[in-house]
Write a protein that binds this ligand. Structure first.
Ligand code: COA
Length: 158
């Protein structure tokens, strides 16, 4: 059985993330979405809110679990016996940061491979911070996020 983890901040989850999760769920026996800590980010939504937003958006994806984790990603991957880390590449600008993350994770855990997936073209410009920004300014975000996230963002901005 091949188990993959898909880590990120998911503040909030977008249709681009969901597109990747669905692609990964067809490639691996099990996928665990890990709501992890990026020390450079101060999320707007609590970890529990981010977990339940992903869970609600994922109904019907039976081989996908959603968990939160505070420490090193590779340690968590080892704990749950995941052999693959999935990351998304939207554009060349993602590459340098992703290359560093993958290199460091390989140094920490050589037995775990990082695999990159690209989201569908219409999501290549979507990011969580842009979605938050345009929601704050009152623009329509319904094509970028699932309904439950659009509602949560509207509540938050109010
Ligand atoms: N669709 C939409 N947006 C996407 C996307 C996709 N398919 N793929 C990436 N993004 C966006 C995200 O929305 C996010 O946008 P934002 O910066 O505007 O919020 C950005 O690209 C990347 O964020 P995300 O994928 O959430 O990852 P991250 O860079 O915040 O996460 C961690 C980094 C959490 C994976 C990393 O810090 C980590 O592993 N932390 C655990 C601790 C650890 O092990 N550290 C050592 C690492 S070597």
């Amino acid at each position: 059985m091949v188990h993959a983890v898909y880590p990120g901040t998911f503040d909030p989850v977008t249709n681009g993330h969901l597109d990747l999760i669905q692609r990964a769920s067809t490639l691996f026996d099990k996928v665990t979405v890990v709501i992890a800590t990026n020390p450079k980010k101060q999320p707007v939504f609590t970890r529990d809110q981010r977990i339940s937003m992903v869970q609600d958006a994922l109904q019907g994806c039976d081989n996908v679990a959603v968990e939160g984790h505070d420490g090193l990603l590779v340690e968590y991957a080892r704990q749950i016996d995941a052999k693959v880390i999935i990351r998304g590449l939207r554009a060349v600008s993602d590459f340098e940061y992703e290359f560093q993350l993958a290199g460091m994770n390989r140094r920490l855990a050589p037995e775990i491979e990082t695999l990159f997936l690209t989201p569908a073209e219409q999501y290549s410009y979507v990011s969580s911070s842009l979605v938050r920004e345009i929601a704050r300014l009152g623009a329509d975000i319904s094509e970028c996020v699932p309904n439950n996230v659009a509602t949560a963002l509207a509540d938050k901005m109010r």
